[in-house]
Design a protein around this ligand. Structure first.
Ligand SMILES: NC(=O)C1=CN([C@@H]2O[C@H](COP(=O)(O)OP(=O)(O)OC[C@H]3O[C@@H](n4cnc5c(N)ncnc54)[C@H](O)[C@@H]3O)[C@@H](O)[C@H]2O)C=CC1
Ligand SMILES: O=C(O)[C@@H]1CCC=N1
Length: 257
């Protein structure tokens, strides 16, 4: 299985590195294309067996999968400037907010296409990756699921849920980081060194996530375990709600759909 990745940025670069560390595709079978050399040089330094090029057409020659990792507004021009073979090749795209119908207009309705939305934790193989398919067989879906499962947790969903799920996971990681940033600032104001505060908060967030993932419980049950009647936590929780915390999160998620 040969994969061409067009665009070596945050997503394309991290996916190339992630695939190399997995078991599904060999480094020699990956070719990454990017207009400038800096990111390609970094990939070569990571694993010299990865092929790199400045030429998108050269990258996709002989590829079974063409993975598009450019900004959404470049998708059309990049696809129009390569000779993608919809009979032989599978298109995988990470562009957020670009529907299957848009790709069909360029490469035809019979093409097999996957929309894949990772988040930036893919660089640590800790992504939540959403996958929607168009014209794909069960075997092709399973391959994509297995490929991205090696870079975190991958889930197959319908395209109709892609925008909402992207808000929760791919945009959502930024909202979690925003919470961490704010909590660290609170720690600094209360006299804790930023580095210490960041460790404390980040590990607390990791612990909270693990409680839910490993115990499969509800957040309210875990919150109840923390909250002593008349104690410290309830004072802070009520402050959060007076300031509209839950409402702000819900509005943020809905705004980024
Ligand atoms: N950053 C994120 O958290 C996520 C991004 N996405 C999607 O991933 C896509 C890429 O985003 P990032 O990796 O963050 O952007 P980026 O800007 O880091 O990477 C894009 C890369 O494409 C290259 N490029 C530009 N024009 C090109 C061309 N004509 N041919 C080949 N390569 C070209 C750029 O040099 C750059 O290295 C976007 O469509 C975005 O919607 C999806 C999920 C999460
Ligand atoms: O902000 C964005 O549009 C991209 C897609 C999801 C995460 N980052």
């Amino acid at each position: 299985m040969k994969i061409a990745i067009i665009g070596a940025g945050n997503m394309g670069g991290a996916i190339a590195r992630g695939i190399v560390q997995g078991s599904k595709v060999k480094a020699v079978d990956i070719t990454v294309a990017n207009p400038s050399n800096g990111k390609l040089d970094a990939l070569k330094a990571f694993n010299p067996e990865i092929n790199v090029t400045n030429n998108n057409q050269e990258a996709i020659e002989n590829a079974d999968i063409v993975l598009l990792a450019v900004k959404p507004w470049l998708v059309k021009s990049v696809l129009e400037n390569i000779s993608f073979d919809a009979k032989k090749q599978i298109l995988v795209t990470v562009a957020a907010g670009v529907a299957f119908t848009e790709y069909c207009k360029i490469i035809g309705e019979s093409a097999t296409i996957f929309r894949v939305i990772p988040n930036t934790a893919i660089s640590l193989l800790e992504s939540t990756t959403l996958i929607a398919s168009y014209n794909a067989s069960k075997e092709q879906e399973q391959f994509m699921l297995d490929l991205f499962d090696e870079m975190g947790l991958a889930m197959i969903i319908n395209e109709s849920q892609m925008s909402a799920a992207t808000a929760l996971t791919s945009c959502g990681i930024a909202y979690v980081l925003k919470y961490i940033h704010a909590a660290v600032e609170a720690g600094v104001e209360m006299g804790i060194y930023p580095k210490d505060a960041q460790k404390m908060v980040a590990q607390s967030v990791k612990g909270a996530a693990e409680l839910l993932l490993q115990n499969d419980t509800h957040p309210a049950i875990e919150i109840d375990k923390v909250t002593t009647p008349g104690g410290l936590t309830i004072k802070g929780l009520n402050e959060l709600e007076h300031a509209g915390f839950s409402s702000a999160i819900i509005r943020a998620m809905k705004a980024s759909r």
